[in-house]
Design a protein around this ligand. Structure first.
Ligand SMILES: Cc1cc2nc3c(=O)[nH]c(=O)nc-3n(C[C@H](O)[C@H](O)[C@H](O)COP(=O)(O)OP(=O)(O)OC[C@H]3O[C@@H](n4cnc5c(N)ncnc54)[C@H](O)[C@@H]3O)c2cc1C
Length: 336
């Protein structure tokens, strides 16, 4: 459909893991509320699964004006074909202007299917979204050419304008809404349940997967931290309650697993405190952590780019400094 006037509203299909709405869904709702203000538009969340009623209220408080609830416990497991077909069908019925999905495992499977079914475009892994004041179109910004430049993309004349955003990139809104959302009940096409090719039965954590969601502090190691240094980093994280991150160079050197990688091709994090040990601060690493509130860098080279950006730059050997920090923590602990 090419008539822009006929489409309105911003949709956020919610993701549920282990019975809870994911933090990234709330971040996308926050972004949708911000974008909707530019066009005086409404925000709709789409929710799937069984026992949805308590979750509907949460989506309303996080900014959804309307929730489309597809109450069916068969959707407690991920059925990407049917979810995509249902979402595409609802898109034809309600005609949203914009759809934002989480660039996690589920959203990355769902979004391209929905885009193909709707004959529209999709911009993956956006780091910035805005509404063009002249046309009302969604401006979708993402890193291109290995992160060396940022490209801003428009979906011309096709709807919905679709984008995925990685967890941690956007902010959830702090102000809770008190008016409950409008609730619309929908269902998947009944005749499509048989013969589905893919059903994802469960989602476990990867072995040694760090918990970055909501982490107050992350301590991260780079090429400047050797194998023994990473053992110290883990020990320090244990003592301090921080999560452990890493640069790609450290992951490539097998000092730690990929789930810990922070950056353009790893995770995007937004902790209160990010402490980088032996990380130079290349643009691809910054892409994943530059929104931290306080940055501390430890490096033997005071000229390293991350040292210039840091709120506190410590010149020294990363392993030595970790040893001192561990000793300090243990001494403080014994003194209590
Ligand atoms: C398409 C693409 C995607 C990428 N995605 C990512 C990504 O997601 N995440 C990511 O991190 N990178 C990514 N990279 C790689 C990125 O360009 C850098 O190569 C990488 O971030 C460098 O990691 P590093 O800072 O640990 O290593 P280096 O750049 O080698 O820096 C090591 C630092 O350690 C310091 N050092 C050395 N010895 C010590 C010591 N004893 N004590 C303290 N400091 C010391 C050095 O002075 C130096 O500053 C990507 C690259 C490309 C092309």
């Amino acid at each position: 459909m090419s008539n822009e006037q006929a489409h309105s509203g911003i949709w956020v299909p919610a993701e549920i893991r282990h019975g809870k709405i994911t933090p990234a869904t709330f971040e996308l709702l926050g972004e949708a509320v911000r974008l909707a203000a530019a066009n005086a538009d409404k925000v709709t969340a789409v929710l799937w699964g069984g026992g949805l009623d308590p979750l509907i209220g949460e989506l309303g408080r996080a900014g959804a004006d309307r929730v489309i609830a597809i109450e069916d416990s068969r959707f407690d497991v991920f059925r990407d074909e049917l979810q995509a077909e249902t979402l595409a069908g609802l898109t034809g019925k309600y005609r949203p202007a914009i759809m934002l999905l989480q660039a996690g495992s589920l959203g990355r499977a769902l979004a391209p299917r929905v885009a193909a079914l709707c004959h529209t475009g999709l911009t993956a892994d956006c780091t910035g979204l805005a509404i063009d004041p002249a046309s009302g179109a969604l401006l979708q910004t993402r890193p291109a050419f290995g992160g060396s430049l940022l490209a801003t993309i428009r979906t011309n004349g096709c709807f919905p304008q679709m984008a995925t955003v990685r967890p941690g990139v956007m902010r959830r809104i702090a102000a809770a809404k008190t008016v409950p959302p409008e609730v619309v009940r929908e269902s998947a096409p009944a005749d499509r349940w048989n013969g589905l090719k893919t059903v994802l039965a469960g989602f476990g954590r990867e072995a040694d997967e760090p918990s970055f969601d909501g982490a107050g502090a992350i301590v991260s190691g780079g090429r400047g931290l050797n194998g023994e240094g990473f053992a110290l980093l883990r020990r320090f994280a244990e003592l301090s309650g921080a999560a452990v991150g890493a640069s790609r160079a450290a992951v490539d050197a097998n000092r730690i697993g990929y789930p810990h990688q922070v950056g353009q091709t790893g995770r995007t994090v937004r902790p209160g405190l990010y402490v980088a040990f032996g990380i130079s601060g290349q643009i691809q690493h910054l892409a994943g952590m530059q929104n931290c509130e306080v940055l501390v860098a430890v490096n033997t080279d005071p000229e390293a780019p991350l040292m210039k950006l840091a709120d506190l730059a410590v010149v020294g050997d990363a392993g030595d400094i970790l040893r001192q920090m561990i000793n300090q923590f243990q001494t403080d602990g014994e003194g209590k």
